[in-house]
Design a protein. Structure first.
Length: 303
């Protein structure tokens, strides 16, 4: 059968119209999703920042995404990244053993403050695991000494992340009172996680090992992001908490619609409310991406 120009044009227009119809409907869902985030912000007695990115399409949902927030333990993502970059460059080895010195111990989260009698040595990888999974402050400070605080910040500069800064050790209240807080923005933390995941900032096998460590922490579901997500879906994240501050940043490996979500709060009147907001936005995001993933161009459930 001879295909005429008119027939070909008609087919192209039909395909375009179907694609446009789906895109138009999805744009309505997008607007509703963004509006729900704004509604949550309006009810929060504090400041909220959000950066969510659809890794399939590149679409982003943003709110106060360039505002600088205290990171608490979420800054450990940047430190972990620097450690693995130095391993990649041959400057550090994951199996290098480091003795725990009594003077290095600090209180707060973790277990190393209670261990080490009469002696204890741990590998660099052990310290990374403790830093992320138990948010061990002593392990974190040892890794800061090993990798170098300035090196972490220079690495962030090299990625264009000028507002992501490691400026003090864990539990250094004097430095915190002087204004030397560990900081980032929702947009920059989202960018860092995306560069890690897509391999532009770090290559395998270091990339895979880093993501594996960030994923193990969620087996205990102590991350507000993870609370809203089924246990069978991998999530690589690190949450943080300080007085009047709650934040969480992570990668959600939804099978056909992976996404990054970074939610940060500060000036909280209720810290519990901050945790609830993070979990609530995570739930909204998960439901949105599942809805898109599982539907046809007309919105019918496919599976």
């Amino acid at each position: 059968m001879k295909i005429t120009t008119k027939f070909f044009t008609a087919i192209v227009l039909l395909i375009f119209s179907l694609s446009f119809a789906r895109a138009d409907k999805i744009s309505i869902l997008d607007q509703k999703f963004q509006a729900e985030i704004k509604n949550i912000e309006a009810k929060l007695d504090g400041v909220l920042g959000v950066a969510i990115k659809d890794l399939k399409t590149g679409k982003m949902f943003l709110l106060n995404e360039k505002e600088i927030f205290p990171q608490a333990s979420s800054i450990k993502i940047a430190l972990l990244f620097e450690v693995f970059k130095q391993v990649e460059a041959g400057k550090l080895k994951l199996d290098e053993m480091i003795p725990l010195q009594e003077g290095q111990k600090v209180e707060g989260s973790g277990v190393l403050f209670q261990l080490g009698y009469p002696s204890l040595s741990l590998s660099v990888k052990d310290l990374c695991v403790l830093m992320v999974i138990l948010s061990d402050n002593t392990a974190t400070n040892i890794l800061i000494d090993k990798a170098g605080m300035d090196n972490v910040n220079k690495r962030m500069d090299s990625l264009g992340l000028k507002d992501t800064r490691l400026r003090r050790k864990m539990m250094d209240l004097k430095a915190a009172m002087a204004g030397n807080e560990n900081i980032s923005t929702p947009l920059e933390m989202m960018t860092l996680l995306e560069k890690i995941r897509n391999g532009t900032a770090i290559k395998d096998p270091q990339r895979l090992e880093l993501l594996k460590i960030l994923s193990v922490v969620n087996e205990s579901k102590d991350s507000p992001i993870k609370e809203a997500i089924p246990a069978n879906i991998p999530v690589a994240s690190k949450h943080g908490e300080l007085e009047m501050v709650r934040c969480d940043s992570g990668i959600v490996e939804l099978k056909d619609r992976p996404y990054i979500i970074c939610v940060m709060t500060t000036y909280l009147k209720s810290e519990k409310a901050g945790e609830e907001v993070i979990a609530q936005i995570s739930k909204l995001a998960f439901e949105y991406f599942v809805q898109i993933q599982n539907s046809s161009e007309y919105g019918r459930l496919l599976y």
